[in-house]
Design a protein around this ligand. Structure first.
Ligand code: MV4
Length: 484
C-alpha cells in the first residue's frame, strides 16, 4: 500500500503480487494490476524468487520494490533481479550480503571506527575458544547466530558452567532457522535502549542520515511503539549527531545506497554500540518521514532510477515529535494471542496530525497465515507531550469490530507514567505488564468495595444500586470486548 501510494504520486504504474490467502487483500485492489504468485505458504509464493520474477516479467515491470519482510533482505534475490534486467529498489546485493552476516557487519563497523559491543569478530569454532573468549569479555555474555538477527538463536550466558549447553542449543536453533550454525559472542548489555538510525544514499556516493528512532518498546522482538526523536536525544541533543556519524561511517564502508537502518544499543551510561544493519525500508519509517519531511519511498524509487540525492546533510532538519503505534489483531488479555477473523466494522481516526498506513477494510478476513499487523497509526505533535495526547485521542477514535485488537492496550500505554516520562529500555513492556496487572487487581477490588458499600446503604442488590443512566451501545460493546 505504501509503495503503491508513492508510485501513484509519481505517475508510475504498479503491479502487485499476492498469494491465495491474500486474494482479497487491499493492495490487490489498489494496484493497477495484480498477479497471484502461489498458495498461502510463503515459501511457495512470496519467498519464491522464480515466481516473483516471473510475475515481474509477465507484467512488464521495470523495477521491483521488495517492501519489508520476505525477499527484501535477500542478496540472491537482488542479484537475480539484476540478472533479469529488473531494477531492485534497494541497495546493491553486495551490501545486503555483507550486512546479512552479523559477524561480517561487526568487522565492517570495527574497521570503520564505529563503536561496537565488545565481542568476537569471527564465528566461534569450538567450546575451548568459546570459554577463552567469554572469559576475556567477562560474563554475562550473549551468544548470537551470525546469520540471524531479530533475536532468534540468542542465548544469555551468566557463567562458564552454562556455556557449553547454551552454545549447543544456540547453534542448533541457528541451523534450523537460518541454515547456518555459526554463532558468535558479545558482552551482554543489561536493559539497553534500542535506538536505530535511518540512512539514505544514492548510487553516486552521496549518503545522509535522517536521525534516530527510539524502538525500545518491543515484545518478543516485535516492535509495538516507535518514535522520533528518541527521548534520549531530547535529553542529550548532541547524541543525534554522534550516533548519526557512527551510522554513516558504517554505511559508507559498504557503499550503501537506498534506505537503510543501523541498529544500536545504548546503555544506561549514554554509551552506544552498533548492533546490526537492516538493508531495507523499515515498518517504522513514517516517524522519520514526518519529523524530517523526507519521503523515503519516493527517494528509494528516485535513486533506484539513477537520480542523485539532492538533499544534503545540512539541509536535514527535524521538527516536533512523531510516534507510531502498530495495530495488531491480537488479544493483550490472552498473552497477545493472534486474533484473526472477519472485520465487521472498521473506521480509522483522522484529523490534525494523524496518518494511518493500513491494509485492511470492513468485511475482510484477517488471514491466519501471516503476521497479524492490521495498520500503523502515526501521529505528529510539536512536542512529545502533544504527540502522546494526540496518539491517545486517535487510538480512541479507531473502531475495529469483530476481532480483538491491541487498541485499548496502546491507549493505556499512552497514559503510562514511565512512558510519558520517556524512561524507556528494552525491558519496558515487561514492566508495563506488571503495572497493568497491579492496576487491574486494584480496579477489581475497588468495584467489589463499591458494590458492597452500595448494598450496605440501599439493601438493594448490586447493579440497580450503582448503575447510572443506561449505557450507550458503543460503551456496552466496549465493555463486552466487542470493540477494539
Ligand atoms: C543484545 C542485547 C544486549 N546485549 N546484544 C535482540 C534482537 C537483536 N537484534 C539484538 N538483540 C539484543 N542484543 C547485547 N550484546 C539485547 C538485545 C535485546 C533487544 C534489542 C533490541 C530491542 C529489543 C531487545 C529485547 C531483548 C534483547
Amino acid at each position: 500500500m505504501r509503495v503503491i501510494r508513492a508510485c501513484r504520486e509519481m505517475r508510475i504504474e504498479t503491479a502487485a503480487i499476492f498469494s491465495d490467502a491474500d486474494r482479497h487483500a487491499l493492495h490487490v485492489q489498489m494496484a493497477d494490476e495484480a498477479v497471484c504468485v502461489g498458495p498461502a505458504p510463503s515459501r511457495e509464493s512470496y519467498l519464491s524468487i522464480e515466481r516473483v520474477l516471473r510475475a515481474a516479467r509477465d507484467t512488464g515491470s521495470e523495477a521491483i520494490h521488495p517492501g519489508y519482510g520476505f525477499l527484501s533482505e535477500n542478496a540472491e534475490f537482488a542479484s537475480a533481479c539484476e540478472e533479469a534486467g529488473i531494477k531492485f529498489i534497494g541497495p546493491a546485493p553486495e551490501a545486503i550480503g555483507q550486512m546479512g552476516s552479523k559477524t561480517a557487519a561487526r568487522r565492517v563497523a570495527i574497521a570503520a571506527g564505529a563503536p561496537v559491543v565488545p565481542g568476537t569478530e569471527q564465528g566461534i569454532r569450538d567450546f575451548a575458544e568459546a570459554r577463552r573468549t567469554a572469559a576475556g569479555i567477562g560474563y554475562p555474555v550473549l551468544l548470537k547466530a551470525a546469520a540471524g538477527g531479530g533475536g532468534k538463536g540468542m542465548r544469555r550466558v551468566d557463567s562458564e558452567a552454562e556455556l557449553e549447553s547454551a552454545m549447543r542449543s544456540a547453534a542448533s536453533e541457528a541451523e534450523r532457522a537460518f541454515g547456518s550454525a555459526e554463532v558468535y559472542l558479545e558482552k551482554l548489555i543489561e536493559r539497553p535502549r534500542h535506538i536505530e538510525v535511518q540512512v539514505l544514499g544514492d548510487e553516486h556516493g552521496r549518503l545522509i542520515h535522517l536521525g534516530e528512532r527510539e524502538c525500545s518498546i518491543q515484545r518478543r522482538h516485535q516492535k509495538v511503539v516507535e518514535e522520533c526523536p528518541s527521548p534520549l536525544v531530547l535529553e542529550k541533543p548532541e547524541l543525534r549527531e554522534r550516533i548519526g556519524e557512527a551510522a554513516l561511517k558504517i554505511a559508507r564502508a559498504v557503499s550503501y545506497s537506498s534506505a537503510g537502518t543501523l541498529e544500536f544499543l545504548a546503555d544506561q551510561q549514554g554509551n552506544f554500540y552498533f548492533l546490526e544493519m537492516n538493508t531495507r525500508l523499515q515498518v517504522e519509517h513514517p516517524v522519520t518521514e514526518w519529523t524530517t519531511g523526507i519521503d523515503l519511498v519516493r527517494w528509494q524509487i528516485r535513486v533506484a532510477a539513477g537520480e542523485q540525492l539532492s538533499v544534503r546533510q545540512e539541509d536535514v532538519r527535524w521538527t516536533g515529535s512523531a510516534i507510531e503505534s502498530r495495530i495488531y489483531a491480537e488479544d493483550p488479555e490472552n498473552n497477545f494471542f493472534p486474533s484473526p477473523g472477519r472485520i465487521a466494522q472498521y473506521a480509522e481516526p483522522a484529523g490534525p496530525g494523524v496518518r494511518v498506513d493500513g491494509g485492511v477494510y470492513a468485511g475482510w478476513t484477517v488471514p491466519i497465515e501471516y503476521d497479524p499487523m492490521l495498520a500503523k497509526l502515526a501521529v505528529w505533535g510539536d512536542t512529545r507531550e502533544t504527540a502522546i495526547e494526540r496518539m491517545r485521542r486517535a487510538l480512541g477514535e479507531y473502531r475495529v469490530l469483530g476481532i480483538t485488537t491491541n487498541l485499548t492496550y496502546l491507549e493505556e500505554l499512552m497514559g503510562d507514567g514511565e512512558f510519558v516520562a520517556g524512561r524507556l529500555d528494552t525491558g519496558f513492556l515487561e514492566e508495563f505488564a506488571k503495572r497493568r496487572r497491579a492496576a487491574q487487581k486494584n480496579e477489581g477490588e475497588v468495584i467489589a468495595a463499591v458494590l458492597a458499600a452500595a448494598y450496605a446503604t440501599t439493601q438493594q442488590p448490586t447493579f440497580a444500586a450503582v448503575s447510572g443512566p443506561a449505557p450507550s451501545a458503543w460503551r456496552v460493546a466496549s465493555k463486552q470486548g466487542l470493540m477494539h
